[in-house]
Write a protein that binds this ligand. Structure first.
Ligand code: ASP
Length: 645
């Protein structure tokens, strides 16, 4: 597990811009070129980082390189602080890392002269837990001995360290000794530190779209919390509510009641009592919040529409609509009906372009507003909804359209978890995850966000921050396109699904037969069976499909395969569970697969399939369904270990 981060200093935490300095001070380009070569690009400069020497001696070596520029070289060497400036994000990064529980060190190629003159500029090193300057140790990066000395000095293990440098060769050397690492640019660091500023209070005036899920707005008590959250930060300007969710595990979501109401009306069953039940929920919230609003007209309309044909979406949308009206009144801000700005075609497909224009135009007139999630309307005004959980999509659309700095999605968990909490007890939360990693995990069953909610914000480069309404101080999970944030456990998360069948086919010299695999796959396509995974060997191929899809067509599929290609041996394995171990950190870390297999062997789990994606972002393992839980737990424990105290 990653316990500490190690920073390079120059151009990671401290801007070292000698070109700019030369330009500012020496108008003649020829002089600049000569100074660059005889000072900054010279081998003496590099040596100066490794060999401790006083200023006079250090500077004399450059003068020897270009004696006719002695005056200029002396000027440079006695004004070294002018070459450096601290990045605005430097202290924030150190602070963020500490807040996340990491120790922070530096490992820097630095010379004595700069060290002595730039004391004030490098005062941020005092905020760190330690570090090494090369000139004091007689070693420089990328010499592995320098990295190992840091480990020794502070009693650290390389595999517990995450290393940042702007030079690739230095990062590679870090990986060689067993650390994780990333080559960074200051733009990357700057962008991410801004995100962290936003999760910890948003120092500057940002623009955030905040979506609250059903459980966050299930009762008046939850409304109080939501108000506190919104009012805590000026940046939280556009609020997207869901319909009231469950107040406890026996409760029913308002959206489910609305669907029930519509179904009862169609079947001639008693829908009126369901409407009364829904009304009661809203009235109770209104009363307890002490608001003076009437829902008479709204419920009259519901009674009228529920008897009409084709009004299912309209009825379902009232959950969000009414909750939005109440929330706007409670927050005392404007209410915008989503039907006026979220566009659908008459067939019910979402229309992104028209929506974007309308959203931008409408919000320009509202400094703050509540916009209900989950629905929109077509040109004739008919309401359409997204699929279930679709308020997430509305939030993402609004954030994307107005180019928000962040999309906060408030729910009842403190972010995405490393593993399913029903399988692993109290799993660690994931602090930062990329869209791609999240996609892999959600595909394998980790339920977090509506899948379609990612696209509008991903496209606009807006991070999503998953937060917990019941624990607003938790930083939650940041979902981003790319990140230089350490992946603390090498693996970012583990998830899986049961219920697959593996069909393995063996044929000698399969590799030489053109179109062999294709003929097999065509059979699955013919029967409309989706292929989940397809690991292959030289003379074997395996196809993993959903058992429930396959069972009904099993005999036909097998017969067709036998007819399509010649087979030496065919084997079926049912009740397979697939588990994905996902992590951007796996690429830069040796032995990840080995750790997974050792963990499973120790837990007595037999591995029936292995498939490593070519992106090295995931390893997929097939195990028997009965081993599913123990396999997930074994993998979790191998990477995350016992609970972080
Ligand atoms: N209320 C809708 C549902 O339950 C949409 C949402 O909550 O996002 O599916």
């Amino acid at each position: 597990m990653i316990k500490a981060v190690v920073f390079d200093i120059g151009n990671v935490l401290l801007h070292f811009d000698w070109q700019n300095y030369l330009e500012r001070n020496f108008p003649d380009p020829d002089v600049r070129k000569e100074l660059a070569e005889s000072v900054f690009l010279s081998k003496e400069w590099q040596e100066g980082d490794r060999v401790d020497m006083p200023l006079e001696q250090w500077q004399q070596r450059y003068i020897d390189n270009a004696p006719h520029l002695e005056k200029e070289i002396r000027q440079i060497c006695s004004n070294l602080p002018d070459l450096f400036s601290v990045f605005p994000y430097t202290e924030d990064w150190i602070d963020s890392m500490h807040k996340s529980g990491y120790k922070v060190y530096f490992l820097s190629n630095f010379c004595r002269a700069a060290y002595e003159q730039a004391q004030e500029l490098i005062s941020f090193t005092k905020l760190m837990d330690g570090g090494l300057f090369s000139f004091q140790e007689g070693l420089t990066k990328p010499d592995p001995a320098f990295y190992m000395l840091l480990c020794e000095r502070y009693d650290l293990k390389p595999e517990e360290l995450f290393f940042y440098d702007d030079l690739k060769e230095n990062v590679e050397a870090a990986m060689q000794v067993g650390m994780q690492g990333v080559t960074v640019t200051n733009e990357m660091m700057e962008k991410e530190s801004a995100w962290y500023g936003m999760t910890t209070g948003g120092k500057d005036k940002m623009l955030k779209v905040v979506k609250f899920g059903g459980s966050s707005l299930a009762s008046s008590g939850q409304f109080h919390k939501v108000k506190d959250i919104i009012e805590y930060e000026d940046s939280r300007r556009y609020v997207i509510p869901s319909a009231p969710g469950k107040r406890d595990s026996n409760d029913t979501k308002v959206t489910d009641l609305l669907y029930r109401c519509y179904a009862y009306a169609k079947k001639g069953k008693d829908y009126k009592s369901v409407i009364a039940q829904i009304r009661l929920r809203y009235e109770q919230i209104i009363d307890e919040l002490g608001l003076d609003i009437s829902l008479d007209d709204d419920f009259r309309k519901i009674e009228e529409y529920v008897l009409k044909d084709d009004s299912r979406d309209f009825i379902a949308s009232r959950g969000e609509y009414l909750n939005g009206k109440i929330l706007a009144a409670y927050l005392n801000i404007d209410f915008i009906d989503a039907a006026d700005i979220i566009c659908f075609t008459s067939k019910g497909d979402y229309e992104p372009r028209a929506t974007k224009e309308l959203v931008k135009a409408a919000l320009a007139n509202h400094e703050r507003a509540v916009i209900p999630g989950f629905y929109g309307a077509d040109k004739s005004g008919k309401v359409h909804t997204f699929s279930r959980g679709g308020s997430d999509i509305t939030g993402a659309i609004i954030a994307g359209a107005i180019g928000a700095d962040m999309y906060e999605n408030w729910t009842d968990v403190s972010g995405v978890l490393v593993a399913d909490p029903t399988v692993v007890e109290d799993p660690a939360p994931i602090e930062v995850i990329t869209y791609r990693e999240l996609r892999e995990l959600s595909y394998m069953g980790a339920a977090v966000l509506h899948e379609d909610a990612i696209f509008p914000v991903k496209e606009a480069g807006i991070p999503i921050n998953i937060r917990n309404t019941n624990r607003p101080k938790d930083r939650g999970t940041m979902i981003v396109e790319m990140t230089c944030w350490p992946s603390p456990y090498v693996m970012t998360g583990v998830a899986g699904k049961k219920g697959f069948v593996g069909i393995s086919i063996e044929k000698e010299r399969m590799n030489d037969i053109v179109g062999y695999c294709r003929s097999v796959l065509d059979v699955f396509a013919k029967y409309d069976i989706n292929i989940e995974h397809m690991p292959s060997g030289i003379d074997t191929m395996s196809v993993f499909v959903h058992q429930h899809e396959f069972l009904k067509k099993e005999q036909k599929v097998l017969a067709d395969i036998q007819e399509a290609v010649a087979i030496d041996h065919l084997e079926l394995e049912s009740d397979v569970a697939l588990i994905a171990v996902v992590g951007r950190g796996m690429r830069s870390m040796r032995g990840t697969a080995g750790r997974v297999f050792a963990a499973l062997a120790n837990a007595n789990v037999n591995i029936r399939m292995i498939d490593q994606g070519s992106s090295e972002l995931n390893i997929i393992i097939g195990v028997h369904s009965q081993d599913f839980e123990s396999a997930i737990r074994a993998i979790y424990n191998a990477f995350v270990g016992p609970k972080k105290s």
